[in-house]
Design a protein around this ligand. Structure first.
Ligand code: ADP
Ligand code: MG
Length: 270
């Protein structure tokens, strides 16, 4: 049996307000599913709920990897079950370098920490990250592009079974985007990574080829189609699905807003 991440009837609230209203998705090993949708539709909420961020109340449904229920598990346990989240707003971790964090994470998963520095260096080349950055505190005083490259480096070293990428394209210039998206695409064949790629724009999907595209609007998957749907959506916008107007969003990014502050459970490596 091939591996799968299966989301069924997932409903969740934040601050007493229902945001996810019944999500059904199944991502197979090696597959790429894109989730597109207007601001405030619940994309980041879905990402945080999958990873178990505190403050999000799951009110129904299930999320399994190969039949193992993830809901109710701690974030680190979900990571050990093979789930990875690249945050829309990566968290700064003062005093901890990428090598330190990844050595701990790899050791905790039963891997060999002695390989980590070398693997990290190889991953840095693949996404165009300056090696000097690997010795600095994670994401502290780094540009948006450097932070998104860091998220991708973690993915490459940890080799999870499924990765949720929350707007990994935001903050990346065209060249960086090409490197990051082709690294993730390669992971789908190198180690059978299954990807849930949340994005606002089809440009991410030029190198990271989706098998399936879903539209999330007002907490529900309202449309599902093939890869061509991404370019079509970019042309037509989301107005047909209720657009940006239904749920006015204040601030930059709702659930993922950096103003919400870092918490130690937001990122599997934090
Ligand atoms: P997207 O990522 O699709 O832009 P989000 O998942 O960030 O959307 O937000 C979905 C909705 O949930 C928005 O209306 C947002 O304001 C609301 N929301 C997210 N986080 C919180 C929170 N911590 N408290 C209250 N409302 C929130
Ligand atoms: Mg978001």
């Amino acid at each position: 049996m091939s591996s799968s991440l299966c989301i069924q009837g997932l409903t969740a609230s934040v601050g007493g307000k229902e945001i996810l209203r019944g999500i059904d998705l199944e991502v197979g090993a090696g597959q790429v599913h894109a989730v597109m949708g207007p601001n405030g539709s619940g994309k980041s909420t879905l990402a945080h709920v999958l990873m178990g961020r505190p403050g999000y109340e799951v009110t129904g449904g299930s999320v399994t990897i190969d039949g193992v229920e993830l809901l109710g598990l701690a974030t680190w346990e979900r990571a050990q079950a093979g789930l990875f989240l690249a945050l829309q707003y990566p968290v700064e971790v003062p005093g901890v370098s990428m090598a330190d964090a990844l050595e701990e994470a790899v050791a905790a998963a039963g891997g060999d920490r002695r390989d980590v520095v070398e693997r990290l260096a190889a991953e840095a080349v693949r996404v165009g990250q300056d090696p000097a950055i690997l010795r600095r505190a994670i994401n502290v005083d780094m540009s948006g592009g450097e932070k998104k490259r860091n998220e991708t480096l973690q993915l490459g070293v940890l080799r999870p079974r499924f990765a949720v990428l929350d707007e990994i394209d935001s903050g990346l210039d065209v060249d960086a985007l090409r490197m990051v998206s082709s690294r993730v695409e390669a992971a789908t064949t190198e180690f059978g990574l299954g990807v849930l790629a949340i994005t606002h724009y089809s440009r991410l999907l030029n190198e990271l080829h989706p098998d399936v595209v879903h539209v999330l609007a007002r907490g529900r998957i309202v449309d599902t189609g093939g890869p061509d749907m991404a370019t079509e959506l970019e042309r037509t916008g989301y107005a047909a699905y209720g657009g940006d107007t239904e749920e006015p969003v204040t601030g930059a990014g709702g659930a993922g807003d950096p103003a919400a502050g870092g918490d130690p459970f937001a990122d599997p490596l934090a």
